[in-house]
Unconditional design. Structure first.
Length: 225
């Protein structure tokens, strides 16, 4: 009954089971230190084993991060410069287009003014009325020099309508048919209002003013001859 335990005890005491564990403990105590590397099912944990290695890895990470930041900043600056160059090119193109369109518009307006003056001169020759001089009507701006009798405060609204019509004509070359008819009717009503002039103006002043208004109407009418 007790034969097997006694046999094991004798083997242990004689060194059979004693010597192997003892050698393992002694070797663990005297073996040289090695880098601790944890392994588990073929995967290796590459953690730094020393303070120096940790510092070196940290410096490397900082350098790598700074290099990436420099690259990103350089790319952003390049894109910004490209965008600015495109913006400046578009502005230059827009300015050139504006100047070209303005030149065409100015040439067209000048051509229309010249044509209007030729038609007016021919029409005035037929009706025996002298065309308006540059001091009476400045063609480039449409500014009208009003006679004193027509510059009275009671004619302020009529003058404003006529001034706007001639200013638009100077800018665009002509009026629409509706604008011309409205301005022509106003000039006709204005002439009728001059039949009974009030002092200090005389009938001669009124006749001269009526002829002036008629010449303004003829000036507008020449665009449609």
């Amino acid at each position: 009954m007790f034969g097997r335990p006694r046999q094991l005890y004798k083997s242990f005491c004689s060194g059979g089971l004693w010597q192997a564990p003892l050698l393992t403990v002694v070797w663990a105590m005297i073996a040289p230190p090695q880098t601790a590397t944890a392994q588990f099912f073929g995967f290796t944990d590459n953690k730094a084993a020393t303070v120096g290695e940790s510092h070196a890895r940290g410096v490397a990470d900082l350098i790598r991060s700074q290099s990436q930041a420099n690259y990103t900043n350089a790319a952003a600056i390049g894109q910004l410069e490209n965008a600015r160059t495109t913006y400046l090119q578009n502005r230059a193109l827009a300015a050139q287009t504006y100047m070209a369109n303005k030149k065409i518009s100015d040439e067209y307006r000048e051509e229309k003014h010249a044509e209007s003056r030729r038609k007016l001169a021919a029409y005035m020759q037929e009706v025996k009325q002298p065309p308006l001089t540059s001091s009476e009507l400045y063609q480039d701006t449409g500014n009208v020099t009003w006679l004193p009798i027509l510059a009275q405060p009671k004619y302020a609204e009529a003058r404003e309508v006529v001034d706007k019509a001639f200013a638009k004509r100077a800018k665009t070359g002509t009026l629409s048919s509706t604008e011309y008819m409205q301005t022509s009717l106003l000039l006709n009503e204005w002439r009728r209002d001059l039949v009974q002039p009030q002092p200090p103006f005389t009938k001669n002043d009124a006749r001269e003013a009526a002829r002036f208004l008629n010449r303004l109407d003829t000036e507008l009418k020449s665009d449609y001859q």
